[in-house]
Design a protein around this ligand. Structure first.
Ligand SMILES: NC(=O)c1ccc[n+]([C@@H]2O[C@H](COP(=O)([O-])OP(=O)(O)OC[C@H]3O[C@@H](n4cnc5c(N)ncnc54)[C@H](O)[C@@H]3O)[C@@H](O)[C@H]2O)c1
Length: 350
């Protein structure tokens, strides 16, 4: 690849916006096209970000010769089909989480990525969040001794996206949407767990506070590893006050704690409020901890820089972003759901 890499964004709303804003900070990348089936959303997006080409049908974007990287930012149920179309067109793929909404679609993505040999990047941003990169380095240095227990949670008050409310569009609730982040981060650190136990609210009227969501609004998975290490992954939509992303790691000789969202160095007390504090925060009055640069602190900048560097053969792809990793993380979430349904511990192969 010489010159700027042409990026084609599929899905022009929330994730599409932060991907474009992040790509614009990546040297040697240029947004050349966008696709969204909602024509007015797409046109507004093109205008806002000065994107020259827009397509209603993503198939036209993936076959556009100026597009070298297809960045998949559509609702979950389309991740597999858009990724497969892009790979079959010989394009590099960056795909948002989850890898797919079910294991059989996931298997097809792995199969096509192996068959076509294109670069596929599973975009788990937590792997690149500076606080969690530093946490891994401190852990690897042995600072807290032998790690015993990993605890990770993403939580907020509920997804804004209408697609996230229907299981057929998203594959579940807060586990597949939110807990998939700590699942992906822990997978990159620890590999595949041997056992998985899950507990989730029942969805709909069985939810804690969100009857309008078909999937669970609270869930937890307990992952057991071969060496006795344990991990818990939690995703919940019952958290007020903004998105709360945390990781704790307990070792024989110490503890690591990371707060990705509320760990801001900035504190503000405002009597009248202001425009934006942190993702999903309802209010900005009183004491708040506004994010300084979410695209950086949540890992998106380093993530997209890494993906482009891999395409240019300047960096070796991090294991936790490969297609196999995305699929295995989906297997972990699927096992949480299965355990919750069947009331038993699920044993996973490696
Ligand atoms: N990494 C993260 O932290 C993070 C954060 C938010 C969202 N996401 C992921 O990003 C994806 C999109 O989420 P969102 O919040 O932007 O959803 P959204 O509902 O805000 O936007 C989705 C967009 O996709 C468009 N779309 C639907 N079908 C399409 C099709 N066939 N072709 C082209 N466009 C189509 C919709 O019209 C809509 O504009 C989800 O998979 C979600 O899991 C990841």
């Amino acid at each position: 690849m010489s010159g700027k890499a042409g990026i084609g964004i599929v899905g022009a709303k929330f994730a599409g916006s932060f991907h474009v804003e992040t790509w614009r900070t990546v040297r040697d990348a240029e947004i050349v096209a966008v696709s969204d089936i909602d024509d007015s959303v797409r046109e507004e997006f093109m205008k806002k970000y000065s994107i020259p080409k827009g397509y209603h049908d993503y198939n036209d974007l993936v076959t556009d010769s100026s597009v070298e990287i297809v960045d998949v930012c559509v609702p979950n149920f389309l991740h597999a089909e858009v990724s497969i179309a892009a790979m079959n067109a010989g394009k590099n793929v960056v795909c948002e989480k989850p890898f797919a909404t079910n294991l059989s679609d996931g298997e097809k993505v792995v199969e096509i990525s192996e068959k076509t040999g294109v670069n596929y990047f599973y975009a788990e941003d937590w792997i690149f969040a500076p606080a969690l990169v530093r946490a891994k380095a401190i852990l690897d240095e042995g600072a807290i001794g032998r790690p015993l227990y990993f605890k990770g949670r993403e939580s907020h008050g509920g997804s804004h996206s209408p697609f996230a409310q229907k299981i057929r569009f998203c594959g579940g609730g807060s586990m597949i949407h939110l807990a998939i982040h700590p699942a992906g981060y822990f997978y990159n650190l620890l590999g595949m767990p041997e056992t998985v136990m899950g507990r989730c609210s029942a969805g709909g009227n069985g939810n804690m506070i969100h009857p309008e969501f078909e999937g669970e609004d609270w869930g937890i998975g307990v992952l057991g590893y071969g060496d006795g290490t344990q991990a818990t992954i939690e995703g919940n939509y019952i958290t007020h006050g903004g998105m709360d992303d945390t990781v704790e790691i307990y070792g024989t000789e110490g503890i690591i704690r990371a707060e990705l969202t509320f760990g801001s160095p900035l504190s503000v007390f405002s009597m009248k409020g202001y425009s934006y504090a942190v993702e999903k925060a309802e209010f900005t009055k009183g004491w708040t901890r506004p994010a300084v640069d979410e695209h950086q602190s949540l890992g998106y900048k380093s993530e997209l820089n890494h993906f482009l560097a891999c395409i240019k053969n300047e960096e070796k792809q991090i294991g936790g972003t490969k297609a196999e990793a995305g699929f295995n993380v989906l297997r972990i979430i699927d096992a949480v759901y299965r355990s919750n349904r069947e009331g038993k511990v699920i044993t996973l192969g490696s």
